[in-house]
Design a protein around this ligand. Structure first.
Ligand code: GRF
Length: 195
């Protein structure tokens, strides 16, 4: 039987990267299994996508949980209950505390060639700078936004006539390939280390 790393995806919205990860994990030899998808917003479209893919999906409302500490305590409990070992942030719009980051290994996907363009509006900022190349990065999550060690990157040329939407769409297509490939490598390395 294929050994797998027990994984959770954290989302806040549409969840197209999450969907790409879940699709990859359907392959019998993929080294990660998604136990649960968790959103900090009950209206995240990705929750329904996850359910349709047969993966448990739940929302933890930060306000109802009493702010960041309460939210992270509930998140921590939900992940432990399900035996999760690794997190994949995929359009998850909250910054996790240093305490939470010290307890969980987590990957994130960001739509730029980090360390360039941390934060929001990466495509518009790259275009405004006249960048000739853009792309996406999978990196380890640390308390400092978009700053953890880089795991993998994909490059996308900026084309004449690009606007932010067109560039974003081409980067997103690369994200959907890069994230499953990076997660595979991370899990294979973790399983090899386990022996
Ligand atoms: C992606 O561009 C991802 O890189 C960024 O947020 C966006 C999420 O899109 N972190 P989706 O929810 O995966 O469709």
């Amino acid at each position: 039987m294929t050994r797998r790393i027990e994984t959770a995806a954290l989302i806040s919205g549409r969840g197209s990267n999450m969907a790409a990860l879940l699709a990859a994990a359907e392959a019998p030899d993929y080294p990660a299994r998604f136990r649960v998808v968790i959103s900090d917003r009950a209206d995240a479209a990705g929750l329904e996508t996850a359910r349709q893919a047969g993966v448990e999906a739940l929302a933890i409302d930060a306000k109802a949980a009493g702010g960041r500490a309460g939210f992270e305590a509930r998140l921590d409990a939900a992940l432990r209950e399900r035996g999760v070992e690794l997190l994949c942030l995929a359009g998850f719009m909250r910054i996790l505390s240093a305490d939470f980051c010290s307890r969980w290994r987590a990957l994130n996907i960001h739509p730029s060639l980090l360390p360039a363009y941390k934060g929001l509006d990466t495509h518009a900022r790259a275009l405004a700078d006249g960048a000739r190349e853009h792309g996406c990065t999978v990196h380890w999550v640390t308390p400092e936004l978009d700053s953890g060690e880089i795991v993998a990157q994909a490059r996308v040329p900026v084309l004449a006539g690009d606007d932010a939407d067109r560039l974003a769409a081409r980067v997103l297509a690369e994200e959907h390939k890069l994230y499953p490939a990076a997660l595979r490598e991370v899990c294979l390395a973790a399983l090899a280390q386990r022996g």
